[in-house]
Ligand binder design. Structure first.
Ligand SMILES: [Zn+2]
Length: 154
């Protein structure tokens, strides 16, 4: 079986996948790929963007952290963070939800400040932006990373 696979792969396209990329692909295998965050993860790999990790142990546990660029990226859920375009507040227990969402926003701002004090750049993307135009999000991110490559990074 293995010999068959090797034979097949040596003639196929898999042989030239760079290590960093195949590692990133291994990382995305499995659970969560159909979530919004999972879709972004997949798009990053497809675009060949590597050097990030998920939920780094920094303030707020950023969804993505680009170590070589000192960039923390959060994907904000439209409901939980009160997106003005599509976040809605349930009619029942309205005050409760309003307060909860406001608390989330305040907490996120506190994390942002903390990260910035550590020299980390912070970006937030709304869940709906990802759903609507994932390609554009990735392109903008690529530009941002290009302009912010740290000299000490490999
Ligand atoms: Zn939204």
């Amino acid at each position: 079986m293995e010999r068959y696979l090797r034979k097949k792969l040596s003639g196929g396209a898999f042989i030239n996948v760079p290590v960093s990329r195949s590692r990133a692909m291994a990382r995305i295998r499995g659970k969560g790929n159909h979530t919004t965050e999972g879709r972004l993860r997949f798009a990053l790999v497809q675009a060949g963007i590597s050097g990030w990790c998920l939920h780094a142990s920094l303030a707020g546990r950023p969804d993505f952290y680009f170590k070589n660029h000192d960039l923390a990226l959060f994907v904000d859920g439209c409901f939980w963070h009160g997106c003005s375009r599509c976040g809605h507040i349930p009619r029942t227990n309205r005050a409760f939800w309003q307060a909860k969402i406001e608390r989330n926003r305040v907490r996120a701002r506190r994390w942002d400040r903390k990260l910035r004090r550590q020299g980390i750049m912070v970006r937030h993307i709304w869940e709906c932006q990802l759903k609507k135009d994932l390609k554009r999000v990735v392109t903008r991110l690529e530009l941002l990373l290009k302009g912010r490559h740290m000299p000490h990074a490999a």
